[in-house]
Design a protein around this ligand. Structure first.
Ligand SMILES: Cc1cc2nc3c(=O)[nH]c(=O)nc-3n(C[C@H](O)[C@H](O)[C@H](O)COP(=O)(O)O)c2cc1C
Ligand SMILES: C=C(O[C@@H]1CC(C(=O)O)=C[C@@H](OP(=O)(O)O)[C@H]1O)C(=O)O
Length: 390
């Protein structure tokens, strides 16, 4: 399975084409829109989220609520486009229009893609970079992830995300009885956090950063339950599923690190306190007594829950901008600012859940290759039985 996305942040729409989905998967725009709405929420977002009301239009690949096996094309409109038609003009400038109309950007923001993107593609107007480097693109990545999640749920695989840390405020690791409980409680939280005490402190930290014209980052966690053992492979570097998940996590705008299970803590502990002892019983088959390695050994799933975390740096656009250089004059200037989030960690958690869902679904479709959902379902059931009795 693969997908591509296209579209600029202030252009007319975002588009994705998803290829390789099995036929017979029940899928509606509503399944996707629920996920798009989740990504729009979260304390700390800027004014743009009040303008947008993200909704997917299905432009191909689905008939009467089921995938056909042909490419699925999805489109999400940018409502903000109506305010940007001139600036984003798709044709050449009219003779009577000045260059001013482009609202040219020449003062790169430290931490954003502006300067590197401009010099890579030879753009003297950094709007040509920011329009595509913007995390607006994550809208359609969440749409693709929603499709992947629909497939995973048909295979008995569940996925959830939550926020562990914002601006140095850490959530306590409170126990939850099921992913359903985690989902329900964090869905109601303005910062997608399970710990109500930390939740308020996180919101205060965001308000404080906003008041100071600053921004803050944080840590999100994604959990996947119900994975059969043996998905992925150890035989080649590019078939290790944990590496694909790590790549997907760090591909999210502003994500700078990733860890599985106890993660970086493993560097500070002896092997006896890191590796998970193996046991077997007739009901579960093989299982690990602990899950410190977060569901992977040798680039393959162990059948234990996948636990993967990602760290998001603070948003680069600051209302109190850092020093930068104007690429036209080479003079020092404050970086440019039009509008920005002050913290997007809760939204980014949904993006993280989506990209992980995609990688897992893609690995399953790749390994148990099937053109039909019913055949794929039977193959996954058989893999579970085989692994249990092996
Ligand atoms: C959901 C989400 C919202 C974001 N909102 C903003 C924003 O409002 N302003 C901004 O400067 N960066 C924002 N970012 C981060 C930038 O897109 C990101 O820092 C930039 O593309 C440069 O990429 P890098 O940080 O991965 O190097 C956001 C990221 C995510 C995931
Ligand atoms: C539009 C979204 O996020 C945007 C991501 C973003 C960036 O630089 O990454 C900058 C901001 O864009 P704007 O200047 O239009 O407000 C965010 O709002 C979105 O998440 O849908």
């Amino acid at each position: 399975m693969r997908y591509l996305t296209a579209g600029e942040s202030h252009g007319p729409q975002l588009t994705t084409i998803i290829e390789g989905l099995p036929a017979g998967l029940p899928l509606t725009a509503e399944d996707i829109n629920t996920e798009l709405a989740r990504r729009q929420k979260g304390h700390g977002r800027g004014r743009r989220m009040q303008i947008e009301k993200d909704a997917a239009q299905i432009m191909g690949g689905i008939r009467h609520g089921y995938t056909l096996g042909s490419p699925v094309a999805l489109v999400v409109e940018n409502k903000d486009w109506t305010h940007w038609t001139k600036i984003m003009g798709q044709g050449p400038l009219n003779k009577d229009e000045s260059e001013e109309v482009k609202r040219k950007i020449t003062r790169a923001r430290p931490g954003h893609a502006d300067l590197n993107g401009a010099l890579k593609y030879g753009h003297r107007d950094m709007r040509n970079v920011l329009e595509r480097s913007s995390a607006r693109e994550t809208t359609v990545r969440v749409a693709a992830g929603a499709v992947a999640k629909t497939l995973l749920s048909q295979l008995g695989i569940e996925i959830a995300c939550h926020v562990l840390e914002i601006g140095g405020v850490q959530a306590e690791k409170l126990p939850y009885s099921s992913l359903a409980e985690l989902k329900e409680k964090t869905e109601a939280s303005p910062v997608r956090c399970f710990d109500p005490t930390a939740e308020q402190k996180m919101m205060d930290a965001i308000d404080e950063a906003k008041k100071n014209g600053d921004s803050i980052g944080g840590i999100v966690e994604v959990i996947v339950e119900g994975m059969p053992a043996g998905v992925g492979s150890y035989v080649h570097y590019d078939r290790k599923l944990d590496s694909k998940l790590a790549g997907a996590m760090v591909s999210i705008n502003a994500f700078k690190g990733v860890e599985f299970g106890i993660g970086f803590e493993a560097a500070r502990k002896p092997g006896s306190e890191v590796h998970d002892e193996i046991a077997w019983d007739p009901e579960q088959g093989y299982y690990r007594k602990t899950n410190r390695l977060g569901g992977f050994e040798g680039g393959m799933t162990t059948g234990m829950p996948i636990v993967v975390r990602g760290v998001m740096k603070p948003i680069p656009t600051l209302y109190k901008p850092l020093q930068s250089v104007d690429i036209d004059t080479k003079e020092p200037f404050a970086a440019s600012i039009e509008r920005s989030d002050s913290c997007a960690v809760p939204a980014a958690a949904v993006v993280a859940e989506s990209v992980i869902a995609w990688e897992i679904a893609a690995a399953i479709v790749d390994q148990f290759s099937s053109d039909r959902l019913d055949v794929l379902q039977a193959a996954i059931e058989e893999q579970r039985r085989y692994a249990r009795e092996f």
